[in-house]
Design a protein around this ligand. Structure first.
Ligand SMILES: [Zn+2]
Length: 118
């Protein structure tokens, strides 16, 4: 995302969107969230309902670049072709096809693919 974000506005909008569904709207706030950005300081008092919703939202977030971990080296940077940038291992269907082919070739002593249908 290249457009500038206003985190305080986003948080305020989140609270506005979630707070109406608070089953205990009169309960005391349970959390105080401070935010300091170039735009200044903001404080948000959060009810139990809102802070739980915020935690769930954060927990379910996944970075668009996050394509899982490499099973080879544990690296976390797979490119859009599920190719590990650290060790070069391929994942996904293409990686599986290549790995299966390599196994068939390796299993064939004389170089002929043994299980190839005629
Ligand atoms: Zn790797």
């Amino acid at each position: 995302m290249t457009t500038s974000l206003d985190p305080a506005a986003v948080i305020a909008e989140f609270i506005d969107a979630v707070a109406p569904y608070d089953p205990q709207p009169d309960a005391a706030p349970v959390a105080l969230l401070g935010l300091r950005t170039a735009r200044g300081d903001e404080m948000f008092t959060l009810s139990d309902h809102v802070i739980r919703a915020m935690c769930r939202a954060l927990a379910s977030y996944r970075d668009p670049e996050d394509r899982g971990e490499c099973v080879g080296c544990g690296g976390r940077h797979l490119d859009e072709n599920l190719h590990c940038k650290n060790c070069g291992r391929l994942h996904g269907i293409l990686g599986q096809v290549i790995a299966d082919h390599a196994r068939r070739v390796a299993a064939s002593d004389d170089g002929n693919a043994p299980s190839e249908p005629a």
